[in-house]
Write a protein that binds this ligand. Structure first.
Ligand SMILES: CC(C)(COP(=O)(O)OP(=O)(O)OC[C@H]1O[C@@H](n2cnc3c(N)ncnc32)[C@H](O)[C@@H]1OP(=O)(O)O)[C@@H](O)C(=O)NCCC(=O)NCCS
Length: 379
């Protein structure tokens, strides 16, 4: 049977539905986001990263016993194997954290299946391992590149507290822990975004879960996706003072450049995650007494809305929150990966459960038929 392309090409696959999914619901017109049916505002206010991860992977919230077991399993996988620490120490000087994270995850994916372990058991162990270890990888690399000793995760602390502990070398107080935890909940999943798509394309070939997560990290890195939180902070620093905002935005838009942290393929209103993060940024900066970046950010938001009617997306206020938590700019995309891993894995499970090879078409527009010219007869 001859295959033909549909005549309509949806560039960037905009508006193309590629699967049924029961993980995440988004209404981009009304700014609604739900994980497994639960509203993101409720999850941000009442839940935490570990519980949301359980929810995304299993489809329901855990009961007390299930939750305590799940947290224990994650805690057991948080410390890095010696060879992963060695790998982090051996990365080239100046290596980008996101690339180091991708490499370390790919390395961890090489630990083989145990004798007698089923495919599902292996995937579950690998999921726990990657989700728990990724924040340790990122925090440890940050310390190693600054010439400090990596911190061994504390089994009494959860995902958020351990990440900040691993970064700072001291345990965070509740306000900082809670801010990072909420950010993690908001980052955890977002339906069929580019990195999740990469993960499920890899999965659809029946590639391994670790490889699918590695593909996802590589895809998240770009500035149009998870790399934009870093670019937002760079922009705020380049602007520097409140009085320079309008001139900066005018000149960027005038030159046809994009303002990082604005616009979204799905949201045609305020991104509900950006709204929550803005409130967190307000709380954090109030406590720290440094409102500078938040004030510049709010002015950028006002000017961009005024000039282009574009709303901020999650990355805009995520950058302000991460900066207030002492996360260096080039570490911000890797922090996104530490949290989105939870959603990638949920989608990978869903794909394995109802798989068909993802193999779209292109419409060929090159020359119809060209004879082969031997090299000594070519011009
Ligand atoms: C996220 C993003 C890639 C979505 O892009 P998309 O759905 O492909 O939308 P398009 O690129 O088709 O943009 C539609 C229009 O809005 C404009 N636009 C979108 N985002 C813009 C931005 N951040 N700054 C300036 N203009 C923007 C485009 O120039 C385009 O205008 P045109 O129709 O006059 O050419 C895009 O909004 C963007 O580049 N944002 C900045 C990067 C970012 O913050 N990424 C994180 C996303 S969570």
């Amino acid at each position: 049977m001859m295959m033909t392309a549909t005549t309509e090409i949806e560039k960037g696959l905009e508006g193309v539905v590629i699967a049924k999914s029961s993980i995440t619901f988004i209404d981009g017109e009304r700014g609604i986001l739900r994980y497994r049916g639960i509203d993101i505002n409720e999850l941000a206010a009442k839940s935490n990263f570990e519980e949301v991860t359980y929810l995304l992977w299993n489809g329901n919230l855990p009961n007390k016993t299930q939750f305590s077991e799940f947290k224990k399993e994650l805690a057991a996988h948080r410390p890095l194997p010696t060879e992963v620490l060695k790998l982090l120490r051996a990365t080239p000087k100046g290596a980008i954290p996101m690339e180091v994270a991708r490499t370390a995850v790919s390395y961890m994916a090489t630990y083989p299946r145990k004798r007698g372990e089923t495919f599902d058991q292996f995937n579950r162990r690998k999921s726990l391992q990657l989700t728990a270890a990724l924040p340790t990888i990122v925090a440890s690399y940050e310390r190693i590149r600054k010439g400090k000793t990596p911190i061994r995760p504390d089994p009494r602390l959860g995902h958020a507290a351990n990440f900040l502990y691993g970064l700072w070398g001291k345990k965070p107080d509740e306000a900082y822990r809670a801010a990072f935890d909420t950010l993690s909940v908001l980052y955890a999943d977002h339906e069929m975004n580019a990195s999740t798509f990469a993960a499920i394309v890899a999965t659809s070939t029946l590639a391994d879960l670790g490889g699918a997560v590695t593909s996802a990290i590589a895809t998240l890195a770009g500035p149009l996706h998870g790399g934009s939180n870093q670019r937002v902070m760079e922009m705020l620093e380049e602007i520097g003072t409140l009085d320079k905002v309008e001139g900066y935005i005018d000149s960027e838009l005038g030159a046809g450049r994009r303002i990082m942290g604005f616009g979204h393929r799905i949201y045609k209103t305020y991104d509900p995650r950006a709204r929550i993060l803005k409130t967190i940024a307000e709380k954090l900066t109030e406590e720290r007494g440094n409102r500078k970046w938040l004030e510049i950010a709010e002015e950028v938001e006002r000017v961009v809305m005024d000039k282009r009617k574009l709303w901020p997306n999650i990355e805009f206020y995520a950058a302000v929150v991460l900066n207030a938590l002492g996360v260096p700019k080039d570490l911000m995309p890797a922090v996104f990966a530490c949290n989105r891993v939870s959603g990638w894995i949920a989608h990978i499970y869903e794909q394995y459960a109802d798989n068909r090879l993802i193999r779209p078409l292109t419409e060929y527009v090159g020359p119809a038929q060209v004879p082969y010219v031997p090299i000594d007869q070519r011009a």
